[in-house]
Structures are given as structure tokens and as C-alpha cells.
Design a protein. Structure first.
Length: 346
């Protein structure tokens, strides 16, 4: 009798790499994007395309959420410069050049089922901002895409760029400032406005997240420049991860910071930051996932294998042909058709 044990078949994994990239005012040469910013020269534009193309090639991601795109054509040129297999490039609102604020976009090799740009808050979510009034729209519309992996798994992706911490000073209709930037009390009030604006956007984004994942088992990935840290009040308004500690049912609508739920701890990097302001590193650019991609979760169909930060260029000096943000990439794994939910092994 043959007592040789039969080894179980190896896990049937498929992988998807996702990344978030703030590309720092990507615009066509000669195009005025902000009144106080000089347009890119042809030479600067070429250097920016070369640098971004090289970074996209290094990332080699299947899904890239991008922020600060003024011209879709410029992003398409940067992606083409990477030399990678031609993906789809989508920047709603910037197809013919964005006005007022830059847009977020998506670069993907996956099948796109649908894509929509969401500018307005849902009814009842408007917030009153001091001296400004009712705020009911995202300054930079959120992008929602429904994608299909190669094996047919539906994957929801949200790309966002929230209001920065930069003080929101009052201006008249012509853009002339009405407040004294040198008065500390005025600066505090203007910073409060920015916080409320970012908080309002975070709460509205929370509503979008809940609508997409409540009582479903379709995974969601949130990619973006949150302009605040993962444990900040505004980030937790969106993710509500902390609520899981005292309410297990909250997992159904919670998001989990990809860096914190990596299934291979040995691959975790010590220094996770994506922006440096006045010498202080911070993690503004983040990737969040729903419970379906948390390896120990009850309804896990995959996991976050590892998260990496591409931030060496932040120490090479300021140059607008590069980004002032580091890029972040996560390797997601999905079980095959024979998976057992909740039994995703390392």
C-alpha cells in the first residue's frame, strides 16, 4: 500500500498591480493652467514626459489612479513614453483640457465596464463653510470605474484627490484676495475652511464607498491623494476602519489601509511616506481596500501581498518636471474559482 501523502494543489492565484500617482500639474506645453504659474516650455514638457514614462515603466501596474492632470493628451503621451503595452487612458473632464482645477484619471490594462465622473455630493450631504456658504461639490470630481480582471472578477476602483491643507483665503469674483495672509488669526480661519472642505469631501466620499460595497462581495480599491495621513479624522471618515474594533459588522462598509493589511509582513518597508513638506515626511498618497482583499477577513477572496513606495526622487530637489509626491503601488492577489472565502493563506 502506498502511504505517500498527496500534496494539495498550489493556490490558484491571479494578480493585479494597482498604483496611485500625483503627477504634479501635467499639462501640454504653452498651456496656462494657473494664472500665477508659467506654462511648460517644450523642453520642460519633454523632460516631464520622459520622467513620467520612466516611472510608469517601473511601476508596470495594471491599474493606475492619477491626480493633477490638466490635459488628457499629455497623460496619454507620458504613458506612451513608458513603452508598455498600450493601456486605456481616461481623464473625464480633461479630454479637451480641464478648467479651474486639474482632474483625476485612470490608466488601466483591465477591461473597463463603466466609468463615471462624480462632481456633486449626494442630496443632504452639503456642508456650510464659514464665510463661503454651502459646499456641495468635490473640487476635483471623483472617478469611479468598474473593471474586470483577466479572470472576470469585478473590481470597483475609486480615484480621488481631496482638498489640500493649504489655507482657503477669501477672494472676490475677480480672484483678488480679501484677507491679510500675514495675520495669524486670518491664517487660522482660512485653514479651518480648508479642513471643513476636506471633511465635507471625505464624508461625501464615504457615502460613495458605502453605496458600492454595502452587502456585496465585490472588492473595492480606493486610490488617491488624500492630503492627510491614514489615521487622520478625514481619512477615517472615508474608511471607518477604527469602527471595526468595536463593531465587527462594520467590516461590511469599512476600508483597510493596504500598507497595514499586507499578507507578507517581511516585505513591509520601514519608511512609508509620499510627500515631504518643510522637511517633514507624510503619507498623503494612499491605497485602501475593502474586506474582500484582507487576508484574514470572513469574506476574503484575495489579499494585499505587498505595498511599495517610490519616493527617492523627493530627495533630489524640487523640479516641476518631476512630481513632488512619491508614488505608491500594491500587489493584489485573487483566488481562483475554487477559493473558499475567508481562507486566503499567505
Amino acid at each position: 500500500m502506498d502511504n505517500t501523502s498527496v500534496l494539495p494543489p498550489p493556490p490558484d492565484w491571479s494578480t493585479v498591480q494597482v498604483a496611485s500617482c500625483n503627477v504634479l500639474n501635467l499639462a501640454l506645453p504653452g498651456r496656462v493652467y494657473y494664472p500665477n504659474q508659467a506654462p511648460y516650455t517644450a523642453s520642460e514638457h519633454e523632460r516631464k514626459l520622459d520622467w513620467l514614462g520612466g516611472m510608469f515603466r517601473r511601476l508596470n501596474a495594471d491599474v493606475v489612479g492619477v491626480q493633477e492632470v490638466w490635459d488628457e493628451a499629455a497623460l496619454k503621451a507620458a504613458v506612451a513614453r513608458s513603452g508598455l503595452r498600450p493601456p486605456q487612458v481616461l481623464v473625464p473632464g480633461a479630454e479637451h483640457g480641464a478648467e479651474g482645477t486639474p482632474r483625476v484619471g485612470l490608466v488601466t490594462r483591465l477591461e473597463v465596464e463603466s466609468v463615471r465622473s462624480i462632481a456633486d455630493f449626494a442630496p443632504g450631504e452639503a456642508v456650510v463653510v464659514p464665510e463661503i456658504g454651502l459646499h456641495a461639490r468635490f473640487e476635483r470630481p471623483v472617478l469611479h470605474a468598474a473593471l474586470r480582471t483577466k479572470r472576470g472578477q469585478l473590481l470597483h476602483v475609486l480615484v480621488t484627490h481631496l482638498k489640500s491643507k493649504r489655507p482657503k483665503f477669501l477672494q472676490d469674483a475677480a480672484g483678488v484676495e480679501l484677507e491679510d495672509r500675514d495675520d495669524p488669526r486670518v491664517v487660522a480661519r482660512a485653514s479651518l475652511r480648508s479642513l471643513i472642505l476636506r471633511g465635507a469631501e471625505s464624508a461625501a466620499l464615504r457615502g460613495l464607498v458605502t453605496d458600492l460595497i454595502h452587502r456585496t462581495h465585490d472588492p473595492l480599491v480606493l486610490l488617491g491623494d488624500m492630503n492627510d495621513g491614514p489615521q487622520s479624522v478625514t481619512s477615517q471618515l472615508i474608511a471607518a476602519t477604527q469602527a471595526v474594533a468595536y463593531d465587527r459588522k462594520a467590516r461590511d462598509v469599512a476600508l483597510f489601509h493596504a500598507y497595514d493589511v499586507q499578507s507578507e509582513p517581511a516585505l513591509r518597508r520601514d519608511l512609508a511616506y509620499s510627500h515631504i513638506f518643510q522637511g517633514w515626511p507624510d503619507l498623503l498618497d494612499q491605497i485602501w481596500v475593502s474586506e474582500e482583499l484582507v487576508h484574514h477577513a470572513k469574506f476574503a477572496i484575495g489579499d494585499v501581498r505587498r505595498v511599495e513606495y517610490f519616493n527617492d526622487h523627493l530627495h533630489e530637489g524640487r523640479d516641476r518636471t518631476r512630481s513632488d509626491h512619491g508614488f505608491v503601488r500594491a500587489l493584489l492577489r485573487f483566488r481562483g474559482s475554487s477559493y473558499t472565502p475567508g481562507l486566503v493563506s499567505p
